[in-house]
Design a binder for this molecule. Structure first.
Ligand code: KIV
Ligand code: ZN
Length: 394
């Protein structure tokens, strides 16, 4: 993996699983060439690990992982496998040409999974976990172990599993909240419990992998980091199974903005808006307009009070400069809730620098139009102002 930079700050590793957990979503499937193109973008974005796919799942996914492993040199390339020898063999084969290969293997550790999915026992699950890690280790040095459904796994047993897979050679321990069950303090406490109780934990990286079933994936991931995890698994636009995974763009901006003195990441945030659009278009998965950081309305202001404040000083109503995430500027949207400040601002943009009495006249006309439309767009505004003030327009 890439090395850390600032000695005074803790390096947090960003593990992107858009091409694996994200691509599992119905309708989001990509062909190998599409996956390769996104992998190039993820490398340019600066992620530390790309989980490129699940090679045993289909010949197409095998090919995608192999293509990515052959070309991408600055990022660790990871492939997923269950704790099954033939999965691990296929994953190792697909990663053969990677400069920095990682096998991600694991098994369910909650009692629900042990008894109702594997029809097994806690002891046998540890045996399977240990032999999978040892087997993966015979192919690559970097082996990540996932304890599926760790969110619902009893901490004492989870610690035992972790201790055994560390002894078997795991380099990274993934603690997934597979079902998005945990509350932030519970997930944070789980990570802290492992840090305090697992022998050898100081020699591995603890990773978060949080799902969003209760809308807590990002909060839980941050709670994990605050309690000692050093890798976050996440996806662009938060796509992933069911309600999705923690969103990479949210995680990145939280760490950059609110933990700037404590943690450092390698993400070039100016590329976030661009890659969000590529993923959304490529996977035919629209981004909700109010989505944090990358939604269409993330930097749009439409009520009069907010517009007036933003026009006076952007930071009155924005905590992030839109240019930091690759959005050119904040937008002032004209609706029936807009005030004179917004109208004057937008009028100026289309070439009408209005005096106060002109603005009063224009505002009366504008508000009537706005009441009959959801939004008064640039074209509407131009027509309205040209009709009212032909001398300025000419
Ligand atoms: O959510 C999960 O537990 C996973 C594992 C396969 C890592 O995606
Ligand atoms: Zn997952």
């Amino acid at each position: 993996m890439k090395e850390g930079h600032n000695m005074n700050k803790e390096r947090i590793y960003i593990f992107d699983t858009t091409l694996r957990d994200g691509e599992q979503v119905p309708g989001c499937k990509l062909n190998p060439q599409q996956k390769l193109k996104l992998a190039r973008e993820l490398q340019a974005l600066g992620v530390d690990v790309i989980e490129a796919g699940f090679p045993i799942s289909s010949p197409g996914d095998f090919e995608a992982v192999e293509l990515i492993a052959k070309e991408i040199r600055n990022t660790t390339i990871c492939g997923l496998s269950r704790s099954i020898e033939k999965d691990i063999v296929e994953t190792a084969r697909a990663l053969k040409y990677a400069k920095m290969p990682r096998i991600h293997t694991g098994i369910g550790t909650s009692d629900i999974h042990i008894f109702h999915k594997f029809n097994s026992t806690r002891e046998k699950i540890i045996e399977r976990a240990v032999s999978a890690v040892k087997f993966a280790k015979s192919f690559v040095e970097d082996v990540e172990f996932y304890a599926e459904d760790a969110g619902r796994t009893e901490n004492e047993y989870l610690a035992k599993v972790c201790e055994e897979v560390i002894k078997a050679g795991a380099t990274v321990l993934n603690i997934p909240d597979t079902t998005g069950y945990c509350l932030p303090h519970e997930y944070g406490e789980k990570i802290k419990y492992l840090i305090d109780n697992v022998k050898g934990i100081e020699n591995v990286i603890l990773s978060t992998h949080c799902h969003n079933d209760l809308g807590l994936a990002t909060s839980n991931s941050i709670a994990g980091i605050e309690n000692g995890a050093r890798q976050i698994e996440c996806t662009i636009n938060g796509i992933g199974e069911r309600a999705g995974n923690a969103a990479l763009e949210e995680i990145s901006m939280i760490l950059k903005h609110r933990f700037a003195d404590t943690y450092t990441i390698d993400i070039n945030s100016k590329r976030l808006n661009h890659i969000s659009k590529l993923v959304s278009e490529g996977m035919s998965m629209p981004v909700q307009p109010n989505k944090a950081i990358v939604g269409e309305n993330a930097f749009a202001h439409s009520s009069g009070i907010h517009q007036d404040g933003v026009i006076k000083k952007r930071s009155n109503y924005e905590i992030i400069d839109p240019r930091d995430v690759g959005v050119d500027q904040s937008s002032i949207i004209l609706t029936a809730r807009s005030g004179r400040a917004a109208l004057a601002y937008r009028a100026k943009e289309v070439g009408f620098n209005l005096y106060k009495d002109q603005l009063d006249i224009a505002y009366g006309e504008f508000i009537n139009m706005a009441d009959s439309k959801k939004e008064v767009n640039e074209n509407d505004l131009q027509l309205l102002l040209t009709k009212l003030f032909p001398a300025i327009a000419s």
